[in-house]
Design a protein around this ligand. Structure first.
Ligand code: SAM
Length: 270
């Protein structure tokens, strides 16, 4: 198999916890390429030691992406092949690699995906959700206002995002304040020894929350109340423009013919 490796950039998924979660093909590619671009050489070394991979590791993280891209392009031009891996999971999914993939494609080389573990898919493959579709946002934005906007605007979507242990409580409290009846699936430490997967109303999840480890969240879409979502979106915009509640009610009822009581109820919650 190694002999069949062609000159290309291989984007290779690696485990998100359990080191057994790697494909035969991924191992063959990692053994067969000339160099592996990795976020943190120490992290990737552990995987390489376990599977007796001797390939040269070169660090490639978000701060060196621009600088190092040229080096890997030179390798490809010399007829060598390159793999990119991240610390865990799939490259380019909330992880570096975009600049390299773009440059390599523009230079006319192939980018070959070698699929495998990815935290968002690992959660989705283990919980029931209503409807096929989902929206993945990666990490949520930083400010409170932006996070609120994401929760308000995506009320009718199955929304999936990554969160860190030091922000998880605040994020879920924000969700509870805006959408108290929301059902949540929380994946913590997926594939690892203390893996936890829970589906429950956000309040219940908060009352037993362990703020340690790595998290993926699925906010289940709310029942069909598209008018509510629209009112929330429009009212939030007008609030940001500093209109008073009375004016917001008048504007929304005049422009969209929303029921006055509904707008009042939503404004009260906002
Ligand atoms: N590229 C990775 C992937 O394919 O899943 C994601 C990288 S992102 C920088 C890291 C975030 O993914 C973590 O902060 C956490 O939110 C989530 N994550 C990674 N491993 C996880 C695990 N074993 N269980 C739960 N979430 C995980």
């Amino acid at each position: 198999m190694a002999g069949e490796i062609e000159t290309a950039l291989y984007s290779v998924s690696t485990p998100i916890g359990n080191l057994d979660d790697i494909t035969f093909r991924a191992l063959e590619v990692l053994r067969g390429v000339d160099v592996i671009a990795c976020e943190d050489t120490r992290m990737t070394s552990r995987l390489c030691e376990k599977y007796d991979i001797k390939t040269r590791l070169v660090s490639y993280h978000k701060f060196s992406e621009n600088k190092r891209t040229g080096l890997f392009l030179d390798y490809l031009r010399e007829g060598k092949n390159v793999a990119i891996v991240s610390d865990a999971g799939t490259p380019l999914i909330s992880d570096p690699g975009e600049i390299l993939v773009k440059s390599v494609s523009e230079a006319g080389f192939k980018v070959i995906p070698v699929c495998g573990a990815c935290a968002v898919i690992t959660l989705l493959q283990s919980v029931q959700r209503e409807g096929e579709s989902f929206k993945f946002t990666g990490f949520l934005p930083r400010t409170q206002g932006q996070i609120e906007e994401v929760f308000i605007k995506n009320k009718t979507e199955n929304l999936v995002f990554y969160e860190s242990p030091n922000r998880i409580r605040k994020t879920l409290e924000t969700l509870r304040a805006l959408r108290p009846d929301t059902l949540l699936s929380l994946g913590r430490e997926l594939t690892k020894k203390f893996e936890e997967i829970k589906t429950a109303p956000v309040d219940e999840i908060l009352s037993n929350l362990v703020e340690k480890g790595e998290f993926v969240c699925l906010v289940h879409r709310s029942p069909d109340d598209s008018d509510d979502a629209l009112i929330i979106e429009k009212a939030s915009t007008l609030k940001r423009l500093r209109l008073c509640d009375k004016d917001i009610i008048n504007v929304l009822c005049a422009l969209y013919d929303f029921p006055k009581n509904k707008v009042k109820e939503i404004l009260f919650k906002l």
